[in-house]
Design a protein around this ligand. Structure first.
Ligand SMILES: [Zn+2]
Length: 327
């Protein structure tokens, strides 16, 4: 299957997964829930609904225009960039988002002074900052009106006895929400839980709150869903839960354990790096990465750093030293 022309795949219980490519090598997994009031989990980037989603759903006899609920897992560009296009395709659909991420639907600067720029700002890389800033402007359309601010434990009825319950899962972003489809015991987590992150040698991407991320992993493990539907193909530990964006049964449990282990390893390595005082963020990051290269197989470049891991390392550093985010 060519990912440039994605297909909608049934993952069970009237749930379809649609893998949508974006940027150079990214793939975001969107989900369609069949119900009298059909729901869509996230919308990808600006072009995703027209260029990919509509066709993919038509291929399985579904109509994107029938969507009545747009359930935003969080406000990052690859999950909300297509909201404005969806508003045109399904004008009566309700856009749901947690209040702590609603500002990301409002203005470009929420992104260009936020999460996506933490790495270049922490490293003082002006060229990378300019590149990220123009990428964001090309891939999202803002403002888009949020119709419903979802709070933890709110229930959203999809009709016919189907409903999703909101679970606040902060860490990756402050306003991350997982949606629990009760009748299928399926939890759509967006980027809230990441195992070892989006590829080999990486770390889970935790932008905003390291402590909250660890609490989120525990909370979801206690919820014990039968099926986890992830926003990307997050990796487990080597020989562990694999890379499937849909983890079921014992594999879902393993993935949650791995996510907890990875986050704990970063926390402990950061504590050790700061045990004799704060050497500064970059020095602390090098020490942590050296430790994690052995323990978790995390990759390092010639400078002893890992650019994709910088936002996470900064969040765990901030948790210990109380520094502000790198903006
Ligand atoms: Zn994200």
């Amino acid at each position: 299957m060519s990912v440039a022309h994605p297909q909608a795949m049934a993952v069970g219980d009237g749930i379809f997964r649609i893998p949508c490519p974006f940027d150079v090598d990214g793939v975001v997994h969107l989900y369609y829930i069949e119900a009298p009031e059909p729901a869509l989990i996230d919308t990808g980037v600006a072009t995703t609904p027209h260029a990919q989603l509509a066709l993919a759903l038509r291929g399985v006899g579904l109509d994107l225009a029938s969507v009545q609920h747009i359930l935003t897992t969080h406000g990052h560009w690859d999950h909300m960039g297509g909201h404005a296009a969806m508003r045109a395709i399904a004008p009566h659909a309700t856009i749901h988002v947690h209040p702590a991420d609603a500002y990301l639907l409002d203005r470009l600067e929420a992104h260009t002074f936020g999460y996506i720029t933490y790495m270049p700002r922490a490293l003082g890389d002006a060229q990378e900052l300019a590149s990220v800033t123009s990428k964001i402007a090309e891939n999202i359309v803002v403002p888009v009106r949020a119709d419903n601010l979802v709070l933890d434990s709110n229930t959203i009825s999809l009709g016919g006895g189907r409903a999703v319950r909101a679970v606040h899962v902060p860490g990756h972003s402050r306003g991350s929400i997982a949606y629990y489809l009760e009748d299928a015991k399926t939890l759509f987590t967006g980027d809230a839980i990441q195992g070892m992150g989006g590829g080999p040698g990486r770390l889970p991407l935790v932008f905003d709150d390291a402590r909250a991320y660890r609490a989120t992993v525990l909370r979801v493990a206690n919820l014990a869903p039968d099926r986890l539907c992830l926003g990307h193909a997050f990796h487990g530990l080597p020989g562990g839960s694999g890379t499937d964006p849909v983890r079921q049964g014992p594999v879902a449990r393993t993935f949650l354990e791995e996510s907890g282990q990875a986050a704990k390893a970063v926390e402990e390595a950061m504590r050790r790096a700061l045990a004799n005082g704060d050497p500064g963020f970059i020095a602390a990051a090098r020490i942590v990465l050296a430790a994690l290269a052995d323990d978790l197989g995390v990759a390092r470049d010639q400078e002893g750093l890992n650019r994709r891991a910088i936002p996470t390392l900064h969040a765990f550093y901030r948790e210990q030293v109380g520094a502000p985010p790198p903006v």
